[in-house]
Write a protein that binds this ligand. Structure first.
Ligand code: UDP
Ligand code: MN
Length: 250
């Protein structure tokens, strides 16, 4: 049965407009911003909210949800919209950590904590679609959490990857190049289901590989520090804050 957003909202009447919640009986140890890159996946977004919000409540995380949508029909550029959302989120919410969360990954285990770690934390190790095995070492795609200062230190994501492929591998290089390590929770816990979807437009392999080879060199020159975007609107929805951003053309 398809999920009804009104039912999900009713279930979470205690969430503040804009998608913020904090445990009522204590001061949470962690304030976490969620940045969800988005375009044309409303069904996925509903299921993510439906499954993720209860997990966060049980984990007693103080959170706020930010959904960032790329304006127009140009090729998707996940790095750009996530950088833009991070900058806009900083103006609206005081957070210690940020989780970049693919809209189609549903957490399976409450023990996979959305709490801040000392190092960048890759949380989606096992995905059902890949038989719960990390496809390759160094992968940080899917669900990735940073301390705010670490995300700034790595200069965010590269802005240069249009279409599917390698923007996350570029991030691996950024992290390691700064002398940070990638923390991974136990693989029997860090599990997700990927909701079915069509593949994205795949980027040219040669372009992607060329970019990857220069990832370390580019890292301080382009990313969070030079992202150009136009914030078209900020809508305060009940369960999330919705940014629509124009990031230009490939
Ligand atoms: N995404 C989206 N709409 C698109 C393409 C991508 O919302 O048309 C977002 C969404 O959060 C998705 C993420 O970008 O989970 C990664 O894209 P995708 O799932 O296509 O790639 P995968 O990592 O599964 O290969
Ligand atoms: Mn996916």
């Amino acid at each position: 049965m398809p999920l009804d957003i009104d039912d999900i909202m009713a279930e979470h009447a205690d969430v503040l407009d804009g998608g913020e919640w904090a445990p009522p009986d204590c001061v949470a140890r962690h304030r976490v911003a969620f940045v969800i890159p988005y375009r044309d996946r409303w069904g996925h977004l509903k299921s993510l909210l439906y499954y993720l919000i209860p997990v966060l409540k049980r984990q007693q995380i103080h959170f706020r949800m930010f959904v960032v949508e790329q304006f127009g029909n140009d090729t998707f550029n996940k790095g750009r919209i996530m950088n833009a959302a991070f900058r806009e989120a900083l103006k609206l919410f005081d957070f210690q950590c940020v989780t970049f969360h693919d809209v189609d990954l549903v957490p399976e285990d409450d023990r996979n904590m959305y709490s801040c770690a000392d190092m960048p934390k890759h949380m989606s190790i096992g995905i059902d679609k890949f038989n719960y095995r990390l496809p390759y070492d160094g992968l940080v795609g899917g669900v990735l959490m940073f301390r705010t200062e670490h995300f700034q230190q790595v200069n965010g994501y590269s802005n240069m990857y249009w279409g599917w492929g390698a923007e996350d591998d570029d991030m691996t290089t950024r992290i390691l190049h700064q002398g940070l390590r990638i923390y991974r929770p136990p693989s029997n816990i860090a599990r997700y289901k990927m909701v079915k979807h069509d593949g994205r437009k795949v980027s040219e392999v040669s372009v992607r590989m060329k970019l990857l080879r220069s990832a370390a060199r580019r890292s301080k020159m382009e990313g969070l520090n030079n992202i150009q975007y136009n914030l078209l609107y900020t809508h305060t929805e009940k369960l999330f804050t919705h940014f629509l951003v124009d990031i230009g053309h490939p």
